[in-house]
Design a protein around this ligand. Structure first.
Ligand code: EPU
Length: 337
């Protein structure tokens, strides 16, 4: 196991926050993971598990040992009729896995192109974009149970997937480290082009409907809407889209006739946080080194030398203003440490 001491985490988080860590352990396999938790040197230290660092905000130097999960490998387990089971190491970069699927003509993840982060982190918040969620292609996962030191297997039901949520953010929080994820992909994909602009782009460019063209459309839409973390530090959507009850929606829609909304289930309605944030006047606001993105206000940005504490404070100001104006609580999607 490779151990780095007293290092900057700037290149380990897509916000580009320059916090420091006392220890960073590069974990390449299950044995090294077990060593990190059980060896006398590291047993006593609190741990923080890190994938691609694309959903995290560091607000201080870290005393915890950072476990950087680099477990690699993509393996076809079996192929039956048109269904293919593929097992992927937790440390593989999500988008590289999507590209691998395109190369092999395996459909299912093309709508999830260009999402930053690793495969192992994807189930934790059930990543989703353009009408598809991880749970739609998920078969099972393996995770190291910290308490017992054993590898446990979880099926879809056990993961309790929900909108940007799973067992690993709920009751299972801080108890497991995901080591691999198995996907159920298909050689006969059902194309999902219902969401925002994919169909439009396919039509405009007269593209054949296939997984490669869907992926390219998604990449194009993301690149025009979302800031590239390599150029401007960010962690994607900072907040979740709030889900509100019907009575509050009814009251608000009388005042705001253009209130965008998506029914979730009977009596609950999802409101785009981006709209709420824009209505409160935050869109494109810049405070020196940090700000609210000019095209997608759900994304908070670090222009270079921003501090995690400043971004957290800005996020709290946004939450307070939305609470005041709409009576809606915005929950964070990003994890703060
Ligand atoms: N909107 C505004 N102003 C804006 C932008 C958007 O009012 O400046 C409103 C519009 O009504 C628009 C709606 O927000 O129709 C939805 O916007 P968008 O399609 O950009 O999606 P989102 O709900 O803001 C979610 C995910 C994104 C994902 C996109 C596309 C969450 C928290 N975010 O954003 O995921 O890429 O849908 O599927 O669910 C992420 O989680 O990090 C992420 C980027």
């Amino acid at each position: 196991m490779f151990v780095k001491k007293n290092i900057s985490l700037k290149s380990y988080n897509t916000f580009g926050i320059d916090a420091r860590a006392q220890f960073l352990l590069e974990i390449e396999n299950d044995e090294q993971l077990s060593e990190a938790y059980q060896s006398s040197q590291f047993r006593a230290l609190p741990k923080l598990v890190l994938g691609g660092g694309s959903n995290i905000l560091f607000t201080k130097n870290q005393r915890k040992a950072i476990l950087k999960i680099n477990i690699r490998g993509i393996e076809v387990l079996d192929q039956k009729d048109h269904e293919v089971r593929v097992k992927v190491g937790a440390g593989e970069a999500w988008h590289q896995f999507v590209l691998w699927c395109l190369d092999h003509d395996f459909g299912g993840v093309e709508n999830l192109s260009l999402i930053p982060g690793t495969v192992g982190a994807a189930p934790i918040q059930n990543i989703g974009a353009y009408g598809v969620e991880l749970k739609d292609v998920f078969e099972s996962l393996e995770a190291y149970e910290i308490k017992s030191g054993k590898i446990r297997s979880f099926n879809k039901e056990q993961c309790q997937f929900d909108y940007r949520h799973s067992f690993f953010k709920g009751r299972g929080k801080d108890q497991f480290v995901i080591t691999s994820v198995t996907f159920m992909l298909t050689t006969r994909p059902i194309f999902n082009v219902s969401y925002g602009g994919i169909q439009q782009m396919i039509d405009e460019k007269e593209l054949e409907l296939n997984i490669r063209n869907i992926s390219e459309s998604v990449i194009h839409i993301r690149q025009t809407k979302l800031p590239d973390p390599i150029k401007i530090g960010n962690a994607g959507s900072f907040f979740k889209n709030p889900i509100i009850e019907k009575p509050l929606y009814d009251a608000l829609s009388l005042i705001y006739e253009d209130l965008p909304h998506y029914p979730v289930d009977l009596g609950s309605i999802k409101i785009p946080a981006a709209w709420l944030i824009e209505q409160c006047g935050w869109k494109g606001k810049r405070m020196d080194q940090i700000g609210v993105h000019e095209r997608q206000p759900l994304v908070l940005v670090n222009y270079g030398e921003g501090k995690g504490k400043e971004i957290l404070k800005l996020s709290e100001q946004i939450q307070a203003s939305i609470q005041k104006k709409f009576g809606i609580e915005l929950a964070r999607e990003v994890n703060v440490f």
